[in-house]
Design a protein around this ligand. Structure first.
Ligand SMILES: [Zn+2]
Ligand SMILES: [Zn+2]
Length: 938
């Protein structure tokens, strides 16, 4: 049956088809085995994109890197599981649905909590799967049967269990604390969700009257403080000075009259105060500044919370109650000025925190929140990353620089505020009792207070921080907290997961929390032999790989405001998924950001085209051979091709190169060197396979008259056998190349692989075939031989061009060389003649003077062509060459003369350099001689 492959490569046509096929056939689903056999497990958890999300370049890159590794490990025979899902993304989703309600002229408050939450679910059912649909289209080889949503029932059970357990262990508490409050989102947000940016503002000086000694009357003295947020003075409860500040020694023990409010406030002494900043006197507003809060705690100062949830002054603000914080600021400043209490006003650049979601200026504000006591969770999470007693780390974080970042953060970590004042999310399972005012925290909704039995219970209105649920994913997706046979089997097969590929931006948000929770909860699930899970096996993953960022072609961060965002879906439509994946992989070296350049994608689209055309050429020959009864036995495909010792040179060579390529790719992927893996297979396929091997093979595949009609029967028999051997090597090397390419370019390789097998492949997908592993040490001799022939042919082509030989003309060449190359050239005369369009190779002792010639360290070659050389041009060329050689020589000599370099450089590098130096010296001498031998210009 002749192969049918459309003439032009059209990625959209094939990609849609296979993307749909992979999902429909459940190709990447990995059921939990009842018992584990010897194969290695490779489990990866997808960082769950927000349910509100659309795929951006960062996702495409992250999913691409994971998919390459996952497909590679799967093809290596590992038991591979990649688990997908989406995150309910509390704030983001609630904001989105609230905006929608606003367009309908209603609000969440109007709907009420229950109806609002129902609306969010409805929204999720309609729109929530967008990003997963895009992942399917891009071919992510995840197990779709295990897809989860962080609000699913089973995952919610895990969230509840974790909360109740930590509460029972007295690791969760409720307390007043300064939080970052977003007046627009109306919730506390974590430090990590606050983005700081410089903003022009003012520094206002305010004069606080000192209360005189007798009868509490006001003296004529003032203490001046400075602030960037004057409205907060309404909540001041002290002014602090440094204990050794000599300017203020006389004010110790005195009190001040707070302007506008009239309250008496003390002057306190605290070493935290910087004498050099401002006036050295600091107003203290414990309820609205984290440093003041800490200071207030040290001095037992009251905290006055001035603002409500929306950033308006509340009744604590006296005459200013009801004003927005910025209106209040203006009013306060005006009133102070009127009373003569305003000092100087200076321009001041402030580092202001904004809400990451809505960009509103964050208000530090005292509120009652739920917290996780971070010890001893953090200690375990530190131990998991540091080397243990055996010197081994339970978790490796790569690139290594991030390990220190992680440990620094974990060492200085604060208690984690886990409550959010939202409606969308896991509601905190705590009930307040109206009778005894105590709290009941329970796994099952209680009907009566656990302390006094009263039925007057109301549930806490806060929900949990989204990262609380996603932090549990490594254990919850495998069945925790239900410890039954299924969970045990799943943990045995897949826990700890092998690898997490993620971005630096969620190292603390998510990675750190998974480590804390994983180490804390997974010991519930015993090891198969019944023993307890120690830290080494309690960690949620063995390795974390922090990927780079994708930037635009000018290395600028992509952002909507800059308008330089590249939409992956658009690029994919234009170039095909394979070309985009290949672009990203080819640029992905650890620790280096990617400057995404469309020109490169264009280049890799051409690469895909090259693969397609190679397939068409091969299939055409396979079909022609089939007409003569010559067939490639499909049984020889699928492994690493082998060739007979007496096979033609190009067959032995391409198999040697293939072995080398497979070895390099396996090594590169093991080290996350996606760039090296991509470039290795690119060089092999385009450079070696297409440019050289296919060109030589064309010589061997002669289906013209000679094969069948001429020659004796024995001759025909031999020819048929040789053709079969050539075809077998050709097809099997091509098939193996497809398998090497498949993790990076899954679509085109799937299409062509099915075609290689004429639609009857040995497996449902190339993704289930084996990744090539080298079977033999590459034959270095044949690689060196071909390399010499290539260099000879390349030089002949170059010299032909310079001599102005017509493209199609065949010409004789003169070659001066040693016996070794001479023999090689004689044996492979046909290759040289075909690939360099040579009519005759003449071996000479010296090149005939006057011929256009090229020299290398191994040979001189010239074309015999009557066109006289252009002396001036030749002189210019040689002069340029001489300059280049001289430079190269100087640089090599400088390096070889550098003791420090020689002491450090590996021996093979030094040897290579020496060899290079000798060769350059030879070339230089030859070029100088050639220049001298040029006839004088007319
Ligand atoms: Zn906000
Ligand atoms: Zn009670």
């Amino acid at each position: 049956m002749p192969h049918e492959l459309s003439k032009a490569y059209d990625p959209t046509a094939i990609e849609d088809h296979w993307a749909e096929y992979w999902v429909r056939e459940n190709l990447f689903s990995q059921p939990t085995p009842a018992a584990c056999s010897g194969e290695k497990a490779f489990t990866v958890l997808l960082p769950p994109p927000n349910v509100t999300g659309n795929l951006h370049m960062g996702h495409m890159f992250e999913h691409g890197e994971s998919d390459i590794l996952v497909r590679w490990r799967r093809m290596c025979g590992d038991r591979v599981l990649w688990i997908p899902g989406t995150d309910h993304a509390g704030i983001a989703t609630q904001m989105l649905v609230e905006r929608k309600l606003a367009t309908e002229g209603t609000s969440r408050q109007e709907l009420g909590r229950e109806a609002f939450v129902e609306r969010v679910w409805e929204w999720r059912r309609h729109y929530g799967g967008a990003i997963l649909g895009q992942m399917k289209r891009l071919g992510a080889s995840v197990d779709w049967q295990r897809e989860y949503f962080t609000m699913d029932d089973n995952l919610s059970v895990a969230v509840r269990e974790a909360f109740v357990r930590l509460y029972e262990q007295e690791l969760i508490y409720r307390g007043a604390y300064i939080v970052n409050w977003c007046p627009s989102c109306q919730t506390a947000i974590s430090d990590l969700e606050v983005v700081h940016s410089e903003q022009k503002g003012h520094l206002w000086e305010i004069r606080y009257p000192v209360i005189g000694p007798a009868g509490g009357g006001v003296s004529d003295e003032f203490l001046t403080v400075a602030t960037t947020r004057p409205e907060t003075m309404l909540g001041d409860t002290a002014v602090a000075i440094h204990p050794e500040d000599e300017r203020y020694l006389h004010l110790r023990g005195k009190k001040l009259r707070l302007p506008l409010m009239g309250r008496e406030i003390p002057i306190v002494l605290d070493e935290w105060v910087s004498r050099d900043f401002g006036t050295g006197a600091v107003k203290v507003t414990p309820a609205h500044d984290p440093n003041d809060f800490a200071l207030g705690q040290r001095h037992n100062l009251p905290s006055i919370n001035l603002m409500d949830d929306t950033g308006h002054i509340n009744s604590e603000g006296g005459a200013y109650a009801g004003l927005d914080r910025y209106v209040a600021r203006k009013r306060v400043v005006a009133d102070l000025e009127e009373q003569g209490l305003l000092g100087s006003i200076k321009d001041h650049t402030n580092n202001v925190g904004h809400c990451d979601r809505c960009k509103t200026v964050v208000e530090p504000r005292l509120s009652t929140q739920w917290f996780i006591k971070i010890q001893p969770l953090a200690d375990k999470a530190i131990a998991a990353v540091k080397p243990g007693p055996d010197g081994k780390k339970a978790i490796r974080i790569l690139p290594e620089q991030y390990e220190k970042v992680y440990l620094d953060w974990m060492t200085n970590i604060h208690d984690w505020c886990i409550s959010r004042q939202l409606w969308w999310g896991h509601r905190i399972p705590a009930w307040h009792c109206a009778a005894c005012h105590k709290m009941t925290v329970a796994r099952v909704d209680p009907t009566a207070c656990a302390h006094c039995g009263a039925a007057t219970l109301t549930q806490e209105t806060d929900v949990l921080d989204t990262w609380f649920s996603s932090g549990l994913l490594p254990v919850s997706v495998l069945g925790w907290p239900h410890i039954d046979a299924n969970t045990k089997a799943a943990f045995e097969a897949f826990y700890p997961t092998s690898l997490l590929v993620t971005g630096f931006d969620i190292l603390f948000f998510w990675v750190a929390r998974m480590i804390m929770f994983g180490c804390w909860f997974s010991p519930d699930v015993p090891k198969p032999d019944g023993s307890t899970r120690e830290l080494q096996d309690a960690v949620p993953f063995r390795e974390v790989y922090i990927h780079a960022l994708v930037r635009d072609a000018n290395r600028e961060k992509m952002s909507k405001t800059k308008g330089n965002v590249v939409d992956p879906i658009e690029i994919v439509k234009q170039y095909g998924t394979d070309a985009v994946r290949f672009t990203l992989a080819s640029m992905a070296s650890p620790g280096t950001d990617i400057a995404f350049n469309i020109a490169r994608t264009d280049g890799y689209r051409a690469f895909a085209n090259k693969i397609w055309n190679a397939a068409r050429f091969i299939f055409m020959n396979v079909d022609r051979a089939a007409e003569l009864g010559i067939r490639v036995d499909p049984a020889v495909l699928g492994g690493m091709p082998v060739v007979a010792a007496d096979a033609p040179i190009e067959a032995r060579w391409i198999v040697a190169e293939l072995n080398d390529t497979a070895a390099q790719m396996n090594a590169s992927l093991a080290e996350y060197r996606f760039d090296e893996a991509a470039n290795t297979i690119y060089q092999f396929f385009w450079g070696s396979f297409c440019d050289w091997y296919l060109e030589i093979v064309k010589l061997r595949l002669d289906f013209g008259g000679t094969l069948v009609t001429n020659g004796t029967e024995g001759q025909i028999e031999r020819d048929l056998e040789e053709t079969r051997a050539t075809l077998t090597t050709l097809v099997s090397v091509f098939e193996a190349s497809l398998r090497l390419l498949s993790p990076i370019m899954p679509f085109i390789t799937e299409e062509l692989w099915h075609a290689v097998y004429d639609g009857m492949p040995p497996a449902k997908s190339i993704a289930l075939a084996r990744f090539p592993v080298p079977t033999a040490k590459a034959d270095e001799q044949v690689i060196a031989d071909i390399s010499l022939l290539q260099s000879l042919i390349t030089e002949i082509r170059a010299v032909r061009k310079e001599a102005g030989v017509e493209e199609k003309a065949t010409v004789p060449v003169e070659v001066r060389t040693d016996a070794n190359l001479r023999q090689l050239a004689v044996e492979n005369r046909d290759i040289i003649e075909k690939l360099a369009r040579v009519s005759e190779v003449r071996f000479v002792e010296a090149i005939t003077p006057g011929l256009s010639k090229h020299s290398t360290a191994s040979f001189d070659v010239a074309v015999v062509y009557e066109r006289t050389i252009d002396v001036a041009a030749e002189r210019e060329r040689l002069t340029k060459d001489i300059v280049r050689y001289e430079k190269g020589l100087t640089s090599a000599q400088r390096q070889l003369g550098n003791e420090a370099f020689l002491a450090k450089a590996p021996a093979n590098v030094v040897d290579g350099l020496k060899k290079q130096e000798a060769e350059t010296r030879q070339l230089l001498e030859k070029a100088r001689a050639a220049l001298n031998s040029l006839p004088p210009e007319a």
